[in-house]
Design a protein around this ligand. Sequence first.
Ligand SMILES: *[C@@H]1O[C@H](CO)[C@@H](O)[C@H](O)[C@H]1NC(C)=O
Ligand SMILES: *[C@@H]1O[C@H](CO)[C@@H](O)[C@H](O)[C@H]1NC(C)=O
Ligand SMILES: *[C@@H]1O[C@H](CO)[C@@H](O)[C@H](O)[C@H]1NC(C)=O
Ligand SMILES: *[C@@H]1O[C@H](CO)[C@@H](O)[C@H](O)[C@H]1NC(C)=O
Ligand SMILES: *[C@@H]1O[C@H](CO)[C@@H](O)[C@H](O)[C@H]1NC(C)=O
Ligand SMILES: *[C@@H]1O[C@H](CO)[C@@H](O)[C@H](O)[C@H]1NC(C)=O
Length: 932
Amino acid sequence: MSFVSQFLLIFLCLIPSILSQVTEFTSIDCGATTSYTDNTTGLPWISDSITNNQGISVRLENTYGNSQQYQTRRDFPTDNKKYCYTLTTQERRRYIVRATFVYGTSVSGGTYPKFQLYLDATKWSTVTVMESSRVYVNEMIIRAQSSSIDVCLCCATTGSPFISTLEMRPLNLSMYATDYEDDFYLKVAQRVNFGAPSQEPIRYPDDPYDRIWESDLDRRPNFLVGVAPGTERINTTRNINVNTREYPPVKVMQTAVVGTKGSLSYRLNLEDFPANARAYAYFAEIEDLGVNETRKFKMEQPYMPDYSNAVVNIAENANGSYTLYEPSYMNVTLDFVLTFSFVKTRDSTRGPLLSAMEISRYVNIGAKTDQQDVRSLNALRLLSQSEWTDEGDPCIPTNWEWVTCGSSSPPRITKILLSGKNLKGEIPPELKNMEGLTELWLDGNSLNGTIPDISNLVNLKILHLENNQLTGHLPSYVGSFPYLQELYIQNNSLSGEIPASLLRGNLTFRYEGNPRLRRATKTRNKLVVGTSVGVLAILFVLSISSILLLCRFRANKKKSQRNEKGNSLRTSTRPLTGYSIARGGSLMDDGVAYYIQLSDIEEATNSFSKKIGKGSFGPVYYGKMKDGKEVAVKTMADSSSHGTKQFITEVALLSRIHHRNLVPLIGYCEEEHQRMLVYEYMHNGTLRDHIHGSDNQKHLDWLARLRIAEDAAKGLEYLHTGCNPSIIHRDVKTSNILLDINMRAKVSDFGLSRQAEEDLTHISSVARGTVGYLDPEYYANQQLTEKSDVYSFGVVLLELISGRKPVWTEECGSGSGSGSDWSIVHWARSLIRKGDVLSIIDPTMAGTVKIESIWRIAEVAIQCVEQHSSSRPRMQEIILAIQDATKIEKGTDKVDTSGSSKAQSSRKTLLTSFLDIQSPDLSNGSLYPSAR
Ligand SMILES: *[C@@H]1O[C@H](CO)[C@@H](O)[C@H](O)[C@H]1NC(C)=O
Ligand SMILES: *[C@@H]1O[C@H](CO)[C@@H](O)[C@H](O)[C@H]1NC(C)=O
Ligand SMILES: *[C@@H]1O[C@H](CO)[C@@H](O)[C@H](O)[C@H]1NC(C)=O
Ligand SMILES: *[C@@H]1O[C@H](CO)[C@@H](O)[C@H](O)[C@H]1NC(C)=O
Ligand SMILES: *[C@@H]1O[C@H](CO)[C@@H](O)[C@H](O)[C@H]1NC(C)=O
Ligand SMILES: *[C@@H]1O[C@H](CO)[C@@H](O)[C@H](O)[C@H]1NC(C)=O
């Protein structure tokens, strides 16, 4: 019953958003004479005949099917101009922009049109028609940079530019977000629906976003060839849960291909490749597997180490059958010919399955003309008395007729030629920002008012303002423009004196026909002398005072230098040699980490005699300093390659960070090839030893575990929110949680955390982290966030509850020798899902804990290991849950009433989170979605 109502809730929420989607569609039928509603899709199409009065509408001879959109096209002249459609967008929203081209006219000799397609200043495609009745589709996924975009055609090399349809479909939220969207658009190269019911592509209304999902039955040349034997098509009519990032249509996910002989393979061409691409694979298990059956497979081609090693188990990855699993590759380099294959693993009973895939090429966003220049040009256009036919960007791909552009990026305007264009009104003041301008021709118009401030236009060579009705003075700074060669201002109504600096030999200066304009007289020179005496006096006063200031400044500087010396003496007995941190003097000024001589460390550790562990770079030794302080010395085994940088990073980072739940750094040492970090010694070792260690006398009770969890969570929360920039640990695990003499937990080994950003695009960094703790979402698409630490911390919580390791191998019943791997996440999830929390409790704690308290932690742990990082809680929320559980366990919460109801409600929210509803408020037994 409640399931049904929740399902309805989802459904009701979706419908309005889909409806609003459609009203936001832009569908332009180019060349159509009227607007209409398409009788197959119900979508309204508008004719471009009102908005686009350029070019001509052409009726096609060979119409393409029954499609109303392909009865006509619009042809544009073959000239140097570009022809554009302007579409209104919402800044920063993502859209699919699609232009289609059907020529539809047979051409004898076969010279079909070939021309360029641009989106703003970005080169989108070269449209090359080869068959008259084929539909050429160009699709770009963009995040709008401003409130409109221009789609422009130009530069035909054969035939004339034309277009059939132009469509724009808004996307929701983060669909098709990439790390690179500030600089790149995504040009769709292939979007294929496998196991399709017919040759027809699937699009709106099956896809509410109107993407075109090509059928794998399409018989284009070089499209999906080399199919592996045993490939079969399967389908289902059951609903598929597609609520992942890209929301592919259910209909596409209801079909798939399976490799019944153990492999699936295909080959297809990718136009405009090799290139870097965003690639998505879509999988949904739509066969009902028997109890003993599994479907596990790997990618074999193209070989990408980190992805090819990952085993896909759709139902497990997606958390159930009939649910979408969508791994994607943020940035892969692919060739023109893409060959890919999936192969089943040995222990799998079924062959691989593929539902759909999508590959988009990254296209560099072209720089638009300087926006100040564009504003100035638009201000000039407003003076015109007739229609302007110029469209799109002033410079790219071709420049407007009356401007010339420089070669810089972004381009700047170098010449404006508006002689005799019947301009009326005042010269716009915006002109002053066009610093790239070398020629300005505004002569022969009806411009009035004064000459605006153009003192910034110092690159001007040629300035023509003659034959207008300008009034006021001729500004004197014009005489100081260093490159000015031609200045024409005749036949205006200018007044005042002509600046003497303009009357020089190498300047062609014409000013006749301005009755009230006169040459400077001798008296002016006296004035100049007068002012210069005044100027000298001022200069004298200024220089005296600046000498005084300088003296004071020197004195201050000396003082501060002395201070600096004092600091550096205090913090380090030896200067840092060679590395860049030596320059960042502030680094060591905290006086926290200090330099320790190698000889002192050798003495403290008794020549490295007691090894107590292994860090990320090398062994860790126990030591005792002269003052009696116990320390752990972390050494770097491989100091040659990455060691230096890591070391610097770690010292820089650690000396900045202080928190009671983070292991403190005492000092460091770098001498010749030795690099070491000296930490405070943690007497009680790692949390790992305490929960998985062999000696059971170290047994931790539940309250102790909760306190450790809270401490560690606070340490992580500090890294995430207390540091600026925030720090992602990347390797949270029980062996990185250390216990001090009072059994308080401190997080260690967060030295490599900051490198996250630099390495993000680098595939090799994917594997960083520890098996069993690794965030699957980070693994799949390399988007590292704080939520990856949350995932790992969820695993730690599950270990605390269960006492099990993150992964373990269990013997198969048959005794065949090969065990099967278990992960704590899947094991605990399936039990907790059934409401069976008892089965996961560590046997050493059984019977001594309050179930409600365990439930509270189990609930938050399962949220932490959610597939999607957005569904995981923040560290802060986890701390609250742990504190809750502690209260329940201590019995400070009134157990009989509120305690049990709380536990009950945590079970309820747990259930709903599996149904993927954003935490509805269940407190009164009614369903109201609430903001998370
Ligand atoms: C759609 O309308 C066109 C003409 O307006 C007509 O020729 C065509 O048969 C119609 N198609 C359907 C499916 O109704
Ligand atoms: C679905 O699969 C069945 C066989 O399992 C087949 O008969 C049917 O034609 C398929 N339907 C579609 C639309 O492919
Ligand atoms: C993708 O990876 C390549 C090679 O590592 C890199 O050069 C490129 O900048 C990355 N991003 C994009 C959008 O191409
Ligand atoms: C599962 O496998 C076992 C042994 O391999 C077999 O005895 C059993 O019948 C199988 N069960 C099913 C439902 O296939
Ligand atoms: C300039 O001309 C426009 C019309 O051509 C007029 O409206 C405006 O008042 C004039 N401005 C001045 C300062 O004469
Ligand atoms: C013109 O001459 C002046 C000085 O006589 C000089 O500073 C300026 O650079 C010259 N300009 C050009 C364009 O040659």
